[in-house]
Design a binder for this molecule. Structure first.
Ligand SMILES: CC(C)(COP(=O)(O)OP(=O)(O)OC[C@H]1O[C@@H](n2cnc3c(N)ncnc32)[C@H](O)[C@@H]1OP(=O)(O)O)[C@@H](O)C(=O)NCCC(=O)NCCS
Length: 371
């Protein structure tokens, strides 16, 4: 059996960035206009006024300070409040594929291997731009990769599920190297008029090359991968191809991202802690000896709690990497951004953990050792 290795990673960051203050100013302008438009109903007690958002609340409750997005102007226009992404023709590279290709090119340049050695492309992300042809096949075509490609969606856990799938392809000999891309335009499914969640997400793309050890110069041995799912409605997105078939009409906000944030926090944190500790034990890895945690980036308080339990001490910022202050929650890409940005100081033999968790519920652990 071949030993799978994370041979390289890549990152594409959209140039636009929105601070909490900018986002809150736009939201509160919308709230002011909405309440003025409905002043009579509000005064009569027939309608509750919308409440303003607060940048202080956002940073304290989540750790988020800003987010990168594919289009800033549309999101910040109180009359629009969504990214404006012009439709492209079928002959042009689609937006999601374009972001994935840019992240993949970054990973390919760091790898130094040959595109001809890649046997598969997996696009693992929360939201695909269309059902078919697969975004992964479009990326495969743009990069000139042989073999096969397919899309998979396990929400925020898509990257670890993709890495596990790629690692299994390497172990079984189905491919010598696999490109996993995670393009996330999370702003496209975010309700920027919802006070509870308008601050949560950002846009980005990451790429991971998983290869047979013979094709990796250095890199990271994958010691083990483990996946878990458990059904929950607490994070949900009802957008789908049957929306247009509902006789009662498509509805509105409920076809975007919705969550019960408190419940998610309470239920997912213990699930992930148990999973990490059990998987570490299974692999003979002492969790307290992990040099680094590259956790999913949804909420700094969640990550603090998981880090404290797993390492059995208060982790330093170097041990428990946080990137959501700059990027917000970028769904599947979060743990990969953290890994990509904070691994250059590892000595050969040191061990760390990539871990994702999110909707489904779903969670994935990938223990890696520097080689
Ligand atoms: C979303 C999240 C940041 C919200 O933080 P929270 O501390 O749970 O906040 P709550 O929703 O309970 O709201 C607390 C208070 O702040 C208020 N509030 C909510 N949004 C606000 C905003 N934008 N600005 C100001 N106040 C706000 C609420 O109305 C509530 O007020 P009350 O106490 O008077 O009722 C947090 O629950 C979270 O990150 N959970 C995990 C989510 C997750 O991992 N999801 C995976 C996504 S893929």
């Amino acid at each position: 059996m071949s030993q799978p290795v994370i041979a390289a990673t890549g990152l594409y960051v959209p140039p636009d960035s929105i601070s909490n203050n900018e986002l809150v100013d736009a939201f509160n302008a919308y709230v002011g206009a909405f309440n003025a438009d409905h002043a009579t109903a509000i005064a009569a007690g027939d309608m509750a006024p919308l409440l303003p958002s607060s940048a202080d609340f956002i940073e304290k409750a989540s750790g988020i300070k800003s987010r990168h997005v594919v289009n800033k102007n549309g999101i910040l226009d109180p009359a629009v409040m969504r990214p404006e992404i012009p439709e492209r023709t079928n002959d042009e590279l689609s937006v999601l594929a374009e972001m994935a290709v840019l992240a993949a090119r970054d990973a390919l340049a760091r790898w130094g291997g040959n595109v001809s050695d890649i046997g598969a492309v997996i696009c693992a992300a929360s939201n695909m731009q269309r059902p078919y042809p697969a975004i992964a096949i479009e990326v495969q075509n743009a990069l000139g990769v042989r073999g096969f490609a397919f899309d998979m969606n396990v929400a925020c856990s898509s990257a670890t599920f993709g890495i596990k799938t790629a690692a299994d392809f390497i172990s079984s000999g189905s491919a010598k190297a696999v490109l996993v891309v995670n393009p996330e335009i999370c702003s496209g499914h975010l309700n920027f008029r919802d006070r509870d969640s308008h601050f949560i997400f950002g846009d980005v793309a990451t790429a991971v090359i998983v290869a047979d050890e013979a094709l990796a110069d250095g890199g990271w041995s994958i010691l083990g991968t483990r996946l878990k799912t458990q059904f929950s409605n607490n994070i949900r997105n009802n957008f789908g191809f049957l929306n247009r078939c509902a006789p009662e009409g498509i509805g509105a906000a409920d076809k975007l991202f919705v969550q019960e944030g408190r419940k998610v926090f309470r239920e997912v944190v213990p699930m992930v802690i148990d999973m990490i500790i059990a998987h570490a034990e299974h692999l003979g890895v002492d969790p307290k000896g992990l040099k680094r945690l590259w956790l999913h980036q949804a909420n700094i308080n969640m990550n603090d709690m998981i880090g404290r339990k797993v390492l059995d001490r208060v982790p330093t910022p170097q041990e428990n990497v946080i990137i959501l202050d700059e990027f917000a929650n970028t769904s599947s890409a979060g743990s990969i951004i953290a890994f990509h940005k904070a691994n250059s100081d590892f000595a050969v033999g040191e061990t760390g953990l990539i871990c994702s968790f999110g909707a489904g519920y779903s969670a994935g652990t990938v223990f890696v050792r520097k080689r």
